[in-house]
Design a protein around this ligand. Structure first.
Ligand code: CA
Ligand code: CA
Ligand code: CA
Length: 330
């Protein structure tokens, strides 16, 4: 028994030491577990993030576009025809898609690279100003050559060059004290040991919402006064406190929440229940929900007046959207 106690106290000391030194590491790990692919460093243009499948630092999130870019190393030496078949369920790159040439150039621009070619050209501008931002970009996305001087990746944009029907490739290259960005072309079937693919997925997650908690169908009279409440449903994983209320929009015309003196009309309540399977609209389920109000006559529904979508950003990066049905009444 005493031996066990000794072991216990030893474990406690080391455990406390770990807690003291590494509490922030655990916190970050917890956040990443909750929302696996959101950035671990907020408020920068490009941030490194972890993909649940490809692992630590395998993604680069561009906050300006809400796109997550997969490191080019994962697609190195695989042809367009091959990679394109792997985006479905159980595919090697499930949930990803090819970026377009324009998206790659915007990504390079958002990486702070000043001298870029124009889309649809074979230009490859090179400058000393390009060197540092390209070097930093290569640290994020990886390189496709053995000397670690460039990242070359295929895009989805067909090329006008070399007979057409080719996929354009875009590269960022360090040479001497210069950094060069270029566009070139390749055949869809080409396997190039120094080229990967530029694959992206959206960082927008889908959330559950309930329009008019407590009632169903969600009847809206667009000529009525007042506001329509919309609940963003807490599920124990979604961090409602992380929602940037300034970015919340509702409906296809993007109206904002209403409130006096610039205060958003939002509150935390437990209003929602298992309305999908039980028909218990507004029944508390033990999870707090974020309920916000929108001026009813401003609402423009989506999808032939049968649904309305709410969208917004998280303060730590990334975005979300959710839809619910509506019944527009005269
Ligand atoms: Ca990376
Ligand atoms: Ca409802
Ligand atoms: Ca709830």
């Amino acid at each position: 028994m005493k031996v066990l106690t000794k072991f216990d106290s030893t474990w406690e000391v080391s455990h406390k030491a770990i807690q003291a030194c590494c509490a922030h590491v655990f916190q970050i790990a917890l956040v990443l577990l909750m929302i696996p692919w959101l950035s671990s460093q907020a408020d920068a243009g490009l941030v490194s993030a972890d993909d649940p499948v490809f692992g630590l630092d395998s993604l680069t999130i561009d906050d300006a576009t809400n796109l997550a870019w997969l490191d080019v190393t994962f697609t190195d030496a695989r042809a367009f025809q091959d990679v394109s078949l792997e985006f479905g369920v159980m595919g090697d790159f499930e949930g990803f898609r090819y970026a377009t040439e324009e998206e790659v150039l915007a990504f390079f621009s958002n990486a702070g690279i000043p001298d870029l070619p124009s889309a649809g050209t074979l230009g490859d501008p090179s400058s000393t100003d390009n060197f540092t931002p390209i070097s930093e970009l290569l640290d994020l996305v990886g390189t496709t050559d053995n000397a670690n001087t460039f990242a070359l990746g295929i895009t989805s944009t067909p090329s006008n060059f070399f007979g057409g029907g080719h996929q354009v490739t875009a590269f960022a290259l360090l040479s001497g004290s210069n950094g060069q960005v270029g566009l070139s072309a390749t055949q869809p079937s080409t396997i190039n040991g120094a080229s990967g693919s530029w694959l992206v997925k959206s960082t927008t997650i889908t959330v559950g919402i309930d329009i008019k908690p407590g009632s169903f169908p969600n009847s809206i009279n667009l000529s009525s006064g007042g506001a329509t409440p919309v609940a963003i449903l807490g599920d124990g994983i979604l961090d409602l406190m992380n929602i940037d209320l300034d970015t919340l929009t509702f409906g296809s015309n993007g109206i904002k929440t209403v409130g006096r003196k610039d205060h958003q009309l939002c509150s935390f309540e437990d209003v929602s229940g298992d309305f999908v399977t039980m028909g218990l609209e507004g029944f508390p389920d033990g999870e707090l929900d974020l309920v916000c109000h929108f001026v009813t006559y401003n609402i423009v529904p989506e999808l032939g007046d049968t649904q309305v979508k709410i969208s917004g950003d998280f303060m730590s990066g990334g975005s979300f959207e959710g839809s619910d049905s509506v019944n527009i009444v005269p």
